[in-house]
Each structure stands twice: as structure tokens, then as C-alpha cells.
Write a protein that binds this ligand. Structure first.
Ligand code: AMP
Length: 542
């Protein structure tokens, strides 16, 4: 017997309609690229998203067309979130921190047709546009008078001119809820970056999950500062959950230093902020010496990398701010777990609670987790056995965009590349990473790319890149090199060789010359052994 309830698609447009109708006066505040503060409401976001949709219709952009962005967190970016996806196109948020060659590759792979960019990325777009073969329209996210006369970029309009002439009425299409809504590439896998293509349905279900009380606990009484970029897995889904609840949104633009973030938190009465540990390191580093306090901030979600214990202590003890340690991935939209304590934990001693808070947290409803040994056999959830972490759920990818890399699933489960324990209460803790990538300041560095560049140097016989712990960046890459017999090569020469071949922050911090790189039976580099050999190694400058 079937239920007799209405069949209604879960659509991104319904979020902005809801926010307009129920929280039309709730504010959206942005620090702009220009440095000033822009302030308007969810009703304005809704109105201008409809103008975006009309502008895309006017350009005869078909359903499913990819509209890319290169932009900081700000109100125009938010309008694109709803206008592009709501009208049936796919919002492709690109990471401007990538090397121009990587960006070009990604834009061509996605077959983007429109690129909307913040003016701070004008030089980047000028450098890459000739190689982006599918982009037909460029939109600079500024007023017409802020656009220089001759940029060399074809079909370039300002955002305000682009939407300014458009009607602010629009009938959002009744899409199938499985229609693609947004696309985000991850460099956290081996080989080329791969796209995670989210649907309206997965985005809506994820938005509910993000807002749940034992998740980020988002409500209409919150003022949320997503420091996590809107080009990192849709700012962890916060823009959608904020629309779903009518929370005030505060966007930091490009100013992510401790002082700017602190001032925005205080000026806008921010109650909840989200970001990677590096951002909070900068914020606490600014506040501590000046003896500053928060007046309204009551919790922060920290994820993307493991949250150091000292940070949890500082937020909780010095500032009375709760820390929600969270884990997720681009492939998971991204939220998988959040560390909130259970009732029974609250009466436990402080050291026991601290041990729990350091875990990545409990799976939110919708995410199933298991850990397996090297033969795929399920391991017990006893908090001790560590194994490969696999997940499944309605906002976990079934396949990468264009089926890149083949079927990623193992018996319907997605292997995360993380190694973890799960305890009897469901608290998951990452203990290691099986994927060969390095995460620095919340951004990926491919060890294979670092090795390939080194191998391109005529004096290098073999190279192995490994990540080393760093107090600010979490991890930094170093490259271990075996020189060719008789070849001369210094550390500085090899570091200089990387210049221009990869983004600056992806260049290894150091070169360690070794006689041999340990290899396994199949010829694979044994990086765990290499790491053991370098147990006493200290990164330069630490
Ligand atoms: P991304 O796809 O860029 O969001 O990166 C996802 C990966 O970042 C995960 O598979 C983990 O390796 C790592 N990660 C995310 N959150 C955490 C966390 N709280 N602790 C440790 N590693 C994390």
C-alpha cells in the first residue's frame, strides 16, 4: 500500500522562496572585495536570484549548463547559488587558490559556459580565458563603472549590468529533484581533480542534516559566519541551511585574517562560525595578546583537518565558545559526522570529555559508516580497531562527474581514504589517511604532483613526497630525493625548480636527500617506513 502524501520535489528554489516569505527581513551582510560592508536581506537575495535566472534564460543557456564562479564569500555569490541552481543550471564553484593550469583543466573538463568572478580574480581570468575553450560569457561581479575599459576578455559584462535590466519575477521550474544543482571538484584523490555533482535532492536533505540540533544546530536566532569558502563544498552547505531556517548570514569576503574576522564577528553579533583550524589559529592569535573577548559567539564548527586539543581548550575555557569538531568530504556534500556529546557524557570527568571532543564525531542521520580491514572484513565498533572508513547515504556520491575513475563504490559503500575507529556510542575518530594526498591549511596538495615535478629535474633519480605536521598549516609537504649517480643538486636548486610549475603554497617546504626510498614487494613506495625514518625530522623554521 502506498502512502497518500503529496509528491513534491525537493528543490533548491524552495529554500529561497521560503527564506523570502518567512524571513524576508533577516539580514545578509558581506564584507566586499572593495573592503566596505554591504547589507541587505533574504528578500533582496530572492529578488536578485530571480534576476540571475532571467539573465541566464536571456542568454539561452540550456538546462544543465555549467555556470562557474571564482569568488569569495559574498552576497552576489549567494544570489548565484539560488539563481543558477534554481533555474535548472549547475553552479560550478571553482577554487581560485589552484594553479591557473589546474583551473583551466577543471573549467574545460566541466565544460563551463559562463564564468562569474570577483574583481580580485580579474588577472587570473585574464591569464586563463584564452585556454578555457567552452566559456562563452564572462561576468565580473561588480558595477559597470568598476570594470576597466579593456580587459582583453571577450563577452565580458559587469554583474550589475547583467542582472540590472532583468525582471525580478520568475517562475522557478518544477525540476525533477534528482536534477544536478551544483558541481565541486576535489583534488583530494590521486590523478586529476574529480567532480562531485550534487543534486537538488541531496542538497536539500543535506541542508536538513546540517541544521539538526546535534549537527550545527542552526536556527532563525543565529547569525552565521561561514569563513569556510563558498568554493569549498558549498561552504559546507551553510548557505542552504541558513535559507532553510532564516538565519542571518555574514560573509567575510577575502579578509580572512584574525583581526578582520574578529571585527566582523563582533560588529554583526555572530553566534556561530565555521572554518578550518588554520583560520581559528589566526583568530585566536589576534585575540589573545589583545585580551579580546566574544560578546555573542557561542559555538564554532571546526573541520577539514583535525582540530588540535589546544584550540578546543582555548575556545571553551578562555572564550566560553563550544567547539563542534566535524568531519566530511567533498564527496559527502560534505557533512559526515559532528562531535556533540550525549547526555551520559556530560557527567563524565573533563579528561574523558576531552578525549571524546577530539574525535571527529557521531554520524548524522543519513550517513551510515563502517570500518573494514585490508580484506574488506567489517571491524568492531569498539573504539580500538582501526580500519578503512566507508560511508553511504543520500548525499554521498554514487559516481564522480563523467564517471571519472570508474565506479568508486565497494558493494555500495564509498571508501573515504581515511582510516578510523568507531566506538560503541558511534563516535568516529580518524587515526590515519590511506590516500596519498596532503592537506595544508584546508587545501589539498597532491604528493604525486610534487613527486612528478621533482622527477622532471635531470639530477633526480627518485622522489617521494610526504606530509609533515605543522602547527599552523596542519601539514606541509617535504620531498625526499635520491640523486642520480654523480649528479649535483642542492635543496635550494630543487625548490627553485618548482617555481611556476605549481601553486606557490603547493611547493614543498624542504628537500631531504636520502640514499634510497624504501619500496614494498610490488615496487610501491613505503611512505610509512619513510616517515618512521624521518621521525626526528623538523620542518625548517619550526
Ligand atoms: P575535502 O574533500 O577537501 O573536504 O577533504 C576531505 C578530507 O579531509 C577527509 O577525507 C579527511 O581526510 C580530511 N578531514 C576533513 N575533516 C577532518 C577532520 N575533522 N579531522 C581530520 N581530517 C579531516
Amino acid at each position: 500500500m502506498l502512502g497518500l502524501m503529496q509528491q513534491q520535489s525537493l528543490l533548491i528554489s524552495s529554500l529561497i522562496e521560503f527564506a523570502e516569505q518567512n524571513h524576508g527581513d533577516s539580514e545578509v551582510v558581506s564584507r566586499r572585495v572593495e573592503g566596505d560592508i554591504h547589507r541587505y536581506t533574504w528578500a533582496d537575495v530572492a529578488r536578485r536570484s530571480r534576476q540571475v535566472a532571467n539573465a541566464l534564460d536571456g542568454q539561452k543557456l540550456p538546462q544543465g549548463a555549467r555556470v562557474a564562479t571564482l569568488a569569495w564569500n559574498g552576497y552576489r555569490h549567494l544570489e548565484l547559488y539560488f539563481g543558477v541552481s534554481g533555474s535548472g543550471r549547475v553552479l560550478h564553484t571553482m577554487n581560485p587558490r589552484l594553479h591557473p593550469d589546474q583551473l583551466t583543466w577543471i573549467a574545460n573538463h566541466a565544460e563551463d559556459q559562463v564564468l562569474c568572478f570577483d574583481m580580485s580574480f580579474l588577472p587570473l581570468v585574464q591569464a586563463v580565458h584564452a585556454k578555457c575553450t567552452t566559456i562563452q560569457h564572462y561576468v565580473a561581479m561588480c558595477h559597470a563603472d568598476a570594470l576597466p575599459a579593456d580587459t582583453g576578455i571577450p563577452n565580458l559584462v559587469s554583474y550589475e549590468a547583467w542582472i540590472g535590466q532583468q525582471a525580478d519575477t520568475y517562475a522557478w521550474p518544477e525540476l525533477d529533484e534528482n536534477t544536478a544543482g551544483s558541481l565541486c571538484y576535489t583534488s583530494g584523490t590521486t590523478g586529476n581533480p574529480k567532480g562531485a555533482l550534487y543534486s537538488h535532492r541531496s542538497t536539500l536533505l543535506h541542508a536538513y542534516a546540517v541544521a539538526l540540533p546535534d549537527s550545527m544546530c542552526i536556527s532563525a536566532r543565529d547569525a552565521i559566519l561561514p569563513v569556510v569558502p563558498m568554493f569549498h563544498v558549498n561552504a559546507w552547505g551553510i548557505p542552504y541551511s541558513a535559507a532553510m531556517t532564516g538565519a542571518k548570514l555574514v560573509f567575510p569576503g577575502p579578509a580572512l585574517d584574525g583581526k578582520s574576522v574578529y571585527e566582523l564577528i563582533e560588529a554583526e553579533g555572530v553566534t556561530f562560525a565555521a572554518g578550518v583550524p588554520t583560520v581559528w589559529q589566526m583568530l585566536l592569535g589576534h585575540m589573545k595578546p589583545a585580551g579580546l573577548k566574544f560578546s555573542k559567539l557561542n559555538r564554532t564548527v571546526i573541520g577539514g583537518s583535525a582540530c588540535p586539543p589546544a584550540m578546543i581548550d582555548a575556545f571553551r575555557q578562555d572564550y566560553n565558545v563550544d567547539v563542534l569538531h566535524a568531519w566530511g568530504m567533498t564527496e559527502l556534500s560534505p557533512l559526515g559526522t559532528v562531535c556533540t556529546l550525549k547526555n551520559k557524557n556530560l557527567s563524565q570527568p573533563a579528561d574523558v570529555q576531552m578525549k571524546l571532543r577530539l574525535k571527529q564525531g557521531r554520524g548524522i542521520f543519513g550517513i551510515a559508516m563502517k570500518i573494514v580491514d585490508e580484506n574488506g572484513k567489517a571491524l568492531p565498533h569498539d573504539g580500538k580497531a582501526a580500519g578503512d572508513l566507508l560511508v553511504k547515504g543520500p548525499w554521498v556520491i554514487a559516481s564522480y562527474y563523467k564517471q571519472e575513475g570508474g565506479d568508486p563504490l565497494v558493494d555500495g559503500w564509498f571508501p573515504t581514504g581515511d582510516v578510523a575507529t568507531i566506538d560503541a556510542d558511534g563516535f568516529m575518530q580518524i587515526t590515519d589517511r590511506s590516500k596519498d594526498v596532503i592537506k595544508s591549511g584546508g587545501e589539498w596538495i597532491s604528493s604525486i604532483d610534487v613527486e612528478n615535478i621533482a622527477m622532471g629535474h635531470p639530477a633526480v633519480a627518485m622522489a617521494a613526497c610526504i606530509g609533515m605536521r605543522h602547527p599552523k598549516w596542519d601539514e606541509r609537504p617535504i620531498v625526499c630525493v635520491v640523486k642520480k649517480p654523480g649528479a649535483e643538486l642542492s635543496r635550494d636548486e630543487l625548490i627553485a625548480f618548482y617555481e611556476g610549475k605549481t601553486a606557490k603554497w603547493q611547493i614543498p617546504d624542504d628537500v631531504v636527500f636520502v640514499d634510497a626510498i624504501p619500496l614494498g614487494g610490488t615496487g610501491k613506495m613505503l611512505k610509512t617506513r619513510l616517515r618512521e625514518q624521518l621521525a626526528n625530522y623538523v620542518l625548517p623554521g619550526l
